[in-house]
Write a protein that binds this ligand. Structure first.
Ligand SMILES: Cc1cc2nc3c(=O)[nH]c(=O)nc-3n(C[C@H](O)[C@H](O)[C@H](O)COP(=O)(O)OP(=O)(O)OC[C@H]3O[C@@H](n4cnc5c(N)ncnc54)[C@H](O)[C@@H]3O)c2cc1C
Length: 406
């Protein structure tokens, strides 16, 4: 006897999306999160805006959420990257992706956390048992399932416990899953910026030695800035009053969008890599940052998590339809086999890009310049990179990421 089929620890983003996919296919799901449900829904809770890959957008379509999100999203039509100092304008080796070169439309969509989270919260409604204000504090294997203990002392039995509880995953630690990783020595300064001129859906990424600066288009004449600096620089810049902050940002941002001002609160996120050794254990599976917390350099963290969600939901729903035990090793091993290689290689790839561009070694400087020049000059390579960024080269592709229901 279980209270639910699947208990999800973590009501951030990946947890609710997984819950909606599973509940939509008729499974009984509970989501537990220590944060009061309405706290994250506030306008000033989280400054992040996500670059959603086309595949992630298709997943939201399949879950019936995209129609409500589209109006608040901004299509990304072009991506431009250069190294050096953004105030200098286009650097010699300039990388330029234009979505007009692929048939799938925009490379992705920018969407602010507040809109995405609110939509998930509303959609969970009565379909998912959402327990907010409590956390999972213990877990043990019970006959035919797993029993979790909540911080208010309540036990909750399920056939499977999913850890969607972020980089410090307690579910993983209690299941004996070890983590590896390191601090990047960088903190991301994040803010929404208003500007005089339109961005035309162009995302800019400047690679600087102290860390990358991304200027990502939001609806209207606004952009989201993700500006990575060494911890010390970031601490000093974050402590500045708004006008002084803008004075430091201006020469880095450049003047291609005219005069800039702040369009919301400022946030900081210390950056680290955190990879779980395994994605599954007895009656446990990990998704999202609980499995792999990555550098935001290419805006792929949530997209990677949504690939986990799509794969795990498909495996669990298909297994349930065949009458299999959804928490069995046999079923969970399918999930790990599908996801672990893709996620680890992407995480380490982004780590490599960050190191490559953060280095002032003259040999590496020439090598990365040549590399960017080659990619930019060869149409087939450009299209390959764009499909990768759009999340369209996952093989095999989970059904939800193609927009099909489970
Ligand atoms: C600056 C920055 C910019 C980014 N930009 C992008 C981007 O453009 N595109 C992109 O794809 N990704 C981006 N990312 C990555 C993205 O933000 C993360 O990958 C994503 O938010 C992870 O979601 P999650 O649900 O896995 O984890 P989290 O959002 O960390 O949620 C974990 C949840 O678990 C809860 N929890 C913790 N402990 C317990 C417990 N014991 N019991 C129950 N619940 C618990 C927490 O309260 C929290 O709500 C960015 C990240 C950063 C830092």
């Amino acid at each position: 006897m279980t209270d639910v089929d699947i208990l999800i620890a973590g009501g951030g983003l990946n947890g609710p999306v997984l819950a909606l996919a599973l509940a939509g296919a008729g499974l009984r799901v509970a989501v537990v999160d220590p944060r009061p449900a309405d706290a994250r829904a506030g306008d000033n809770f989280d400054g992040r805006a996500y670059a959603l890959a086309v595949a992630s957008q298709r997943l939201f379509k399949a879950l019936g959420l995209w129609a409500g999100l589209a109006g608040d999203s901004q299509p990304i039509r072009q991506v431009k990257a250069s190294q050096g100092h953004p105030g200098d304008g286009a650097a010699p080796f300039f990388l330029h992706f234009d979505s007009a070169e692929i048939e799938e439309g925009p490379v992705g969509y920018m969407l602010e956390d507040r809109f995405l989270y609110r939509a998930l919260l509303a959609a969970m409604g009565d379909r998912v048992q959402h327990l907010s204000g409590v956390s999972v504090v213990d877990q043990r294997i019970a006959a035919g399932g797993v029993e979790a203990v909540l911080s208010d002392g309540r036990p909750l039995r399920a056939r499977l416990l999913v850890g969607a509880d972020g980089r410090g995953s307690g579910v993983a630690a209690r299941a004996g899953i070890r983590r590896r990783g390191w601090d990047y020595g960088q903190t991301a300064l994040v803010a929404a910026i208003a500007h005089e001129r339109p961005h035309h859906g162009i995302a800019q990424q400047y690679f600087m030695e102290t860390g990358p600066l991304a200027i990502l288009p939001l609806p209207g004449n606004r952009s989201s800035v993700v500006w990575s600096e060494t911890h010390d620089n970031a601490r000093a810049i974050a402590a500045l009053p708004d006008e002084a902050f803008l004075d430091v940002l201006r020469p880095r941002f450049g003047d291609y969008l005219g005069e800039i001002s702040l369009a919301g609160a400022r946030f900081t996120y210390p950056l680290s890599l955190s990879l779980a050794d395994r994605y599954v254990a007895d009656r446990v599976a990990l998704v999202g940052d609980a499995a792999h917390g990555v550098h935001p350099i290419a805006g792929q963290g949530l997209n990677l998590g949504l690939r986990d969600v799509a794969a795990l939901a498909e495996i669990l729903v298909d297994a349930a339809r065949r009458g299999e035990d959804i928490g069995s090793d046999l079923v969970l091993d399918r999930y790990q086999g599908w996801r672990r290689f893709d996620a680890t290689s992407l995480a380490l790839g982004m780590d490599g890009v960050n190191r490559l561009f953060a280095s002032s070694n003259p040999v590496l400087t020439v090598a990365r310049g040549i590399g960017m020049g080659v990619v930019s000059a060869v149409p087939a390579l450009r299209r390959g990179f764009m499909r990768q960024a759009a999340g369209l080269s996952v093989d095999p592709m989970p059904r939800l990421l193609t927009g099909q229901p489970l």
